[in-house]
Write a protein that binds this ligand. Sequence first.
Ligand code: FES
Length: 272
Amino acid sequence: MTSTLPPPEQPGLERARITARTLRTDRWWSGPALTVLGLTAFLVYGLARALQQDHYWVQEYHYLTPFYSPCVAGQCAPDAAAFGRLPWDFPWFIPFAVISLPLLLLFRFTCYYYRKAYYRSFWQSPTACAVREPHAKYTGETRFPLILQNAHRYFFYAALLISVINTYDATVALFHGAEGGFGIGVGNLVLFTNVVLLWCYTLSCHSCRHVTGGRLRSFGSHPVRYRLWTMVSKLNTRHMTFAWITLGTLVLTDLYVALVASGVLTDLRIVN
Ligand code: FES
């Protein structure tokens, strides 16, 4: 495809020479500012909780916070380590969920939506439409380190696996009610709500859309993939919404487990 943009050096068609950073008079800065606040709050909370290494597990009801799942350190409570423990204790600065947490963070960090959000808000490249960016050069994602953003599709597969593990955690907890059998408490509802929304975020990923419907010459001869692609595409239109909602539900789920585990809250039982 040929570009319709004129070459920048063509006489009379250069960029306008405006000294002001922008001529916009609306509150263009409010979106990026809120993004900085939201992402910073999540990172500070997540870091504090990952380093706390306590109150991540409710033994009575088998509630495990998603921040510590799968729990693999030698110090993990035996019942919390559904997939086994490594034979050594971790130092304080290594999170118990050392296998899943970096993959999950990289999945979000390389997410197309979050990229847009933090390129604008933190890196200001540019901060908003028609607002001049502070950088002299623009190389996009063609050079190191940003070229590594292309690994997002691989983190998608890791995130799928972690979503399965979170679903397993939430399901197992249903069979550890107050009397040892099946039971439902508010904690179960919290865990399941979080899992459903995590699935919505993961499956609405652009890489998932490509996996289901990409590289096909004709949908007509692939009706199942077409159906899957249609469903994923519908979710995909809400990807930004799921990105923000799941940041909130991850924090709320972790907070709920931490409060019950520390004895500050008592889990309200609906079915014992
Ligand atoms: Fe956002 Fe893949 S998770 S694009």
